[in-house]
Design a protein around this ligand. Structure first.
Ligand code: CP
Ligand code: NVA
Length: 311
């Protein structure tokens, strides 16, 4: 599989085989790291890490993954560079492309990460935008695969804001790899119809299914329940409204009973607001797998960089 020179902007651009390849490569790199074997795939490469929004996991993952493979990561925070204030995205992209070998971008508009890729001429990796969070999905899928031994055929239910970056990206990824995916959310927070239709075509090809529901019974038989904060970065003015809309959709013991299974796992991309989208008790019961998921951010991000830029 050759992904050299490719950007990683949304999972829509990747086939199920390519997604599977990145997950397997991440598992291999994880195994090597546990044995103390370091790589040199990014030796001599300079990597720009642009963050318009804050981050713990994504920043740490890109930094550690770069250094593990011999690369040099450079953090460029919102107030450190001219991007979006004194200089156009196109011009910043052309400057960074002359100096850096790869660029990570976390921020608001999907359009910005797409422009960076178009104008920089180097691989660009999406570390989260308002629309998508594709590197998170690779970590989630590696975690599910480690736990269940497979992805295709699993039933995964996302509970919460059904039109945020996580819901969108989980729907795209799941439909590509043959997962039976449900978004459980109040109707006012359902995903855009166009994206659902696109994912339906992916699901038809992969053997997966997509369901959008506002009924808590939708968690029946779920292998995995996934949740995320009720209010994403950049929407802080909507907290009160979201709490009101999503209160009935908390991941708690009552909801877990509705799975009619005791093998269901709970996933969370983190950071979590315990007491809102998930109870502290449920969070702590599933902490092992939730923090495996967090660790897997690093191994999967390493796989993306090695596959698209590594030697
Ligand atoms: N899950 C995730 O992207 O976490 P950070 O916001 O800490 O990067
Ligand atoms: N939906 C969340 C995800 C955080 C990783 C946000 O955008 O804030």
């Amino acid at each position: 599989m050759n992904l050299k020179g490719r950007s990683f902007l949304t999972l829509k651009d990747f086939t199920s085989e390519e997604i599977g390849y990145l997950i397997d490569l991440a598992a291999e790199l994880k195994d090597k790291k546990k044995k103390g074997i370091t790589g040199s795939s990014l030796k001599g490469k300079n990597l720009a890490l642009i963050f318009e929004k804050p981050s713990t996991r994504t920043r740490a993952a890109f930094t550690v993954a770069s250094v593990d493979e011999g690369g040099h990561p450079e953090y460029l925070g919102r107030d450190d560079i001219q991007l979006g204030h004194k200089e156009s995205v196109e011009d910043t992209a052309r400057v960074l492309g002359r100096m850096f070998d790869g660029i990570e971008f976390r921020g608001y508009k999907q359009e910005t990460v797409e422009k960076l890729a178009k104008y920089s001429g180097v691989p660009v990796w999406n570390g989260l935008t308002d629309s998508y969070h594709p590197t998170q999905i690779l970590a989630d899928f590696l975690t599910l695969k480690e736990h269940f031994g497979k992805l295709s055929g699993l039933k995964l239910v996302y509970v919460g804001d059904g039109r945020n970056n996580m819901a969108n990206s989980l729907m795209i990824g799941s439909s590509k790899v043959g997962i039976h995916f449900t978004i459980l959310a109040p109707k006012s927070l359902w995903p855009e119809k166009d994206l659902v239709d696109t994912c339906m075509t992916y699901a038809n090809a992969s053997g997966g299914t997509i369901k959008i529901s506002d009924s808590l019974d939708a968690v029946a038989e779920a292998d995995g329940i996934y949740t995320d904060v009720w209010c994403s970065m950049g929407e802080e003015d909507k907290v009160a409204e979201r709490v009101e809309q999503l209160r009935p959709y908390q991941v708690n013991d009552e909801l877990l009973k509705k799975t009619n299974k005791n093998s269901t796992v709970v996933l969370h991309c983190l950071p979590a607001v315990k007491g809102n989208e998930i109870t502290e008790d449920v969070f702590e019961r599933f902490a092992d797998i939730i923090f495996d998921e967090a660790e897997n951010r690093m191994h999967t991000i390493k796989a993306v960089m090695v596959a698209t830029l590594g030697s």
